[in-house]
Write a protein that binds this ligand. Sequence first.
Ligand code: GLY
Length: 347
Amino acid sequence: MSFANAFDFVQRQVRRTIENYPGLHPMYTTHGRWDTTGERWTHWCEGFFPGMMWLIHQKTGDGWMRQQAEAYSKRLEPRQHDRAVHDLGFIFLSTYLPWYRLSGDPALNAVLIQTGRTLALRFQPGGRYLCSFLGPESLFIDIMANVGIIFYAGRETGDEALLEVARQHCLTTRRRLVRGDGSTAHEGIFDPATGEFLRQSTRQGYRGDSCWSRGLAWALYGFHVAYEYSGDERFLATARACADFYLRNTPPEGVPWWDFDVPEGPQRIYDSSAAAIAAAGLIRQGRKNEARAILRTLCDRFLVAPDQDGVLSQGVYHIPKNLGVSESVIWGDYFFTEALAAALSDE
Ligand code: GLY
């Protein structure tokens, strides 16, 4: 399917979800239908569906879609104070940031700034990182895709302390979770009392010493965003090293297994969402040909059947918990839409 037709498909699927599941912020499907009751593990995805609406509105000018985007985004506003998750960048960079950019309303910017301040409260001064929702001892690679909201808030306010928190988090993640070959660990465990780094670990990957594909994609994307905000060349080098690892180790069609170290056999299943995030990150890095090759595969082989919910098939949420395995996942759909919109702008 062409990129233009795939973008039309995204619009139809988003409309269908709004009509069939009013008010739902979907997360993953079960047997091809949005799961409205299943375990969430943590509440990190509520921005992605309205984020898709903003991306569609930006590309098409569709006024109805903008009304929906505003209504779905507005509901998230209390989350600016949410101290239970490390995912505030996911929630607000996909919603309030495009909303603010389009409207210029300072009240929206105030929400973005407060969100950055709230996320910064997770900073652990001993180990110099933002801790995951699991506790002060835990650092996740995923947080790299969220730390941008702290850079944003620091830049908007001129608050050097906020910028320093964001920089230190990136430097610690680079040192402790990114390996010499550009692969990444999912989690780092620290001694919260002393800040000493103890070991690499995982929650969603195959093993503590493996490379969970989506974690690598978050790093590939997130370190580049950190470079865009800070101009720090070390973050650019890390983003490129992660991208190189992805491209060297992914099957030629561009979609990886859910973990790069999973052995041959029945456990070898794709995670299309990692590919979508990687494509969006590669576009940010200016590696458009590689990104387009991934998008072509996703458009040709990974779209759901039109009678199913979601956009991309064969995504993965959480294999150890058996949540959303070989299903549509909303962040895969969001980053696919982001990458597709950018690729279409180049045509
Ligand atoms: N919590 C982020 C992820 O599952 O990728």
